[in-house]
Design a protein around this ligand. Sequence first.
Ligand code: MCA
Ligand code: AMP
Length: 508
Amino acid sequence: MNLAQKIHETAVNYDIKPAIVFEDKSYSFTDIDREVGRYASVLKKLGISPGDRVAFQLDKCMEFIFLHLANLSIGGITLPLNSGYQTDEVEYFLSDSGSALFVTDSNRYQTQQPMLEKLGVKVAVVNDTAEAGATSLPALLKKVDSATEERDFSTGDDDIAVICYTSGTTGRSKGAMITHRNLVANMLDLENIWRWTDNDVLLHILPLFHVHGLFVALHGALNAGSTVIMHDRFDPGRTWRTLAEKGCTMMMGVPTIYQRLMNEWDKLLEKPDLSSLRVFISGSAPLSVNLFARFEKATGFKILERYGMTETGMNTSNAYNPAGRKPGSVGFPLPGVRLKIVDGEGKDAVPGEIGEVLLQGDNVFKGYWQMPDKTEESFVDGWFRSGDLGYQDPDDGMRVYLAGRAKELIITGGYNVYPKEIETVLETHRAVKECAVIGLFDEDFGEKVTAAVVLKEGFYKADPAEIITFCKGKLAAYKCPKTIYFIDELPRNAMGKIQKNQLVEMYK
Ligand code: MCA
Ligand code: AMP
């Protein structure tokens, strides 16, 4: 089934019920369905046909939602791009995916225009203003006859719905091809396991360009007929007030969000009334046992932790019953997910032994866009290799714990950063001879991107702030080192491989 069709069917059912309240403006299910229909007509007018990739780089806004659902409903493939990506990054995603259309705003368009002209990609902006070389969506929308219905939901099941780019160990991002089946199956699993209903009011504070905010939170809520209270960005004080005042029943966040909520809680003279809440959900990065305990002590709620990946959607979840939630554990495989742990030789691990987490099920993606070798490498005997290390507790029903990563990955505030990509950029700086990027513990972000840099001969000193600014011109800010250490020589083993664990020991 087509994901947008599933949501359209719910919309027809729920009619004038508020579906999304975005920054205090309320949209009923019918409003959203109507706008999705109009945007579908506009996308058709712009020449989008089934299988075309349509990339969006937008701040959090309703247009993002209308465009995404409209695109899926006419068979297009959505490419959601992080709003912080810089021109070089966007260029790579547009050209690698061969996008037929790029939707952005006037400001970004003006910055990126030379690159977009070079690529020759069609551009539409969400602003009213006419931009040379770009179509104004509001202007096109005015010409749309709302009686015309272009949605045919002709794609579904194993057709690609979304391509999410995830960075990789080689530094070259890979487009994960996520199908309609993946989205629908995972969404229904979560509806069931988290007992999602049309009585729910979800507070949405996450970005829309990732699996967590788009699939888990938004698709899930629209499908269940719940109401979403959506903030355009996360603000801890506002979050507590909204949870208390708007009758929210659910909230989802990454550990950094929960950490900041706790810091804010300690400052509040009057604590918010959380009596309407039924569940707080965390994922995208490890939730520390301390934070779990701190949150429970303050609010009385045990955070429900779940584990997912772009390539697989959600894999495991703690139990809905709070008594079945254990700090430090990501719970049990979802009903539609098969999970096993294998040792270094690929054999099933002895229960309790740490090994790599392998996954199977309708949630598992189709492969990496135009990278058959990478796709092949990431599967073994039909199982997807997560690159996460974990174990299952045989004394607790094979409950899953994660225990680190086989892949060299830094997770900062719920965003993934692969060191190689940052090292490649750093090494283009005129003063940098070589470098190594590591993740160091950080109270706020969980891990913070940190670089050890060896300067070229002749550069006796360099300004870390200037190097960081250099990186920010080429990479989204969250990927850039927060700290740079200068070092005479990088520690290497006998094979010449950089010993990053030694750097972590030195700087932690
Ligand atoms: C912002 N900054 C960061 C991060 N976010 N630095 C490192 N890591 C980050 N995550 C930096 C900015 O570059 C900027 O630095 C400064 O912090 C302030 O930026 P601002 O935009 O104001 O940040 P914020 O609003 O405070 O954002 C923090 C945040 C945000 C709310 C925690 O990072 C966030 O929404 N994270 C959630 C990410 C997420 O949705 N992940 C799901 C991926 P400067 O001033 O120096 O420029 S999906 C996934 O992982 C799987 C499937 C799963 O299981 O869910
Ligand atoms: P992404 O590539 O953004 O989809 O990030 C997926 C990765 O985030 C996983 O492979 C894990 O390493 C990590 N992750 C997601 N949820 C959790 C969790 N609850 N605990 C620990 N790590 C997690």
